[in-house]
Design a protein around this ligand. Structure first.
Ligand SMILES: C[S@@+](CC[C@H](N)C(=O)[O-])C[C@H]1O[C@@H](n2cnc3c(N)ncnc32)[C@H](O)[C@@H]1O
Length: 238
């Protein structure tokens, strides 16, 4: 599932600025600013699962240096074009091994591709990557009515899913999507071809507590109309 997510993002990367995310969502920017208010410049920030660097510009503009990591080489290529000042490295969230290196970190619109088994370890890695008192802004994709339906379908298929995982159409749709020109693929189809996991917020809070990350701010929101949205969380290393 993870390998397919990497390949899928590589496939879509050349189109990223044409089709998606030409500008950042307003709600995201509100929380990004909350992070920036908590870190005095010049600091060093980690942009984890940075994608095409959509949210890295504001970090630089605030006077920080930035290290961006992502598992998709294609997305990193886009990011390097957009923010040449950022040090981008190909690295999965599961491979982060920084130690007290950052004053702050972001992980925006990416944890939905992480399976439940990997969540606790990644939150722990974020904590270890932060300097004492360092702050992380991350989002949790809240899912929607489709979560239940997808879970039932995956169970019926014999997939070893837990509630919240969306994996039932990945095998079926991934090959079709890879074989087609990225510009010809509707967003819903692209979305179904990549694994998602929508944990409950109760579960996320438990994992944060276990990882030693204290919530300072949180809220729900997305600028897209008719869409369920994200939970935005600002957490601090205890
Ligand atoms: C929707 S994009 C968001 C990118 C960026 N953070 C933003 O806000 O525009 C999700 C990104 O997460 C990356 N990603 C997904 N799973 C990952 C993992 N396990 N490790 C590193 N990157 C991952 C994808 O390659 C993709 O670039």
């Amino acid at each position: 599932m993870r390998f397919k997510a990497e390949k899928l993002y590589d496939h879509f990367a050349p189109l990223y600025w044409v089709k998606y995310g030409r500008s950042a969502d307003e709600t995201h920017l509100v929380y990004l600013n909350m992070l920036l208010e908590r870190v005095d410049p010049p600091g060093i920030l980690l942009s984890a699962a940075c994608g095409a660097g959509l949210h890295d510009g504001p970090l630089l503009e605030a006077g920080h240096s930035v290290v961006g990591i992502d598992q998709s080489a294609g997305m990193l290529e886009r990011a390097r074009e957009r923010c040449p000042e950022v040090r981008y490295e190909k690295m999965g969230l599961q491979e982060i091994e920084f130690r007290e290196a950052f004053d702050g970190a972001t992980c925006i619109d990416a944890m939905e591709h992480v399976c439940p088994e990997d969540w606790p370890g990644i939150l722990q890695s974020f904590r270890e990557a932060l300097k004492p008192g360092g702050v992380l802004y991350f989002t949790v994709d809240l899912g929607g009515d489709f979560v239940e339906e997808s879970y039932e379908r995956a169970k019926a298929m014999g997939l070893p899913v837990v509630f919240g995982e969306i994996a039932d159409k990945v095998e079926e749709i991934y090959e079709q999507v890879q074989a087609r020109e990225a510009s010809m693929i509707p967003d819903e189809l692209a979305d179904s071809a990549v694994y998602h996991y929508h944990p409950s917020l109760e579960q996320v809070r438990t994992w944060l507590e276990q990882a030693g990350l204290a919530i300072e701010e949180e809220g729900t929101g997305s600028a897209f109309e008719d869409w369920y949205g994200y939970q935005h969380l600002i957490v601090r290393k205890r």
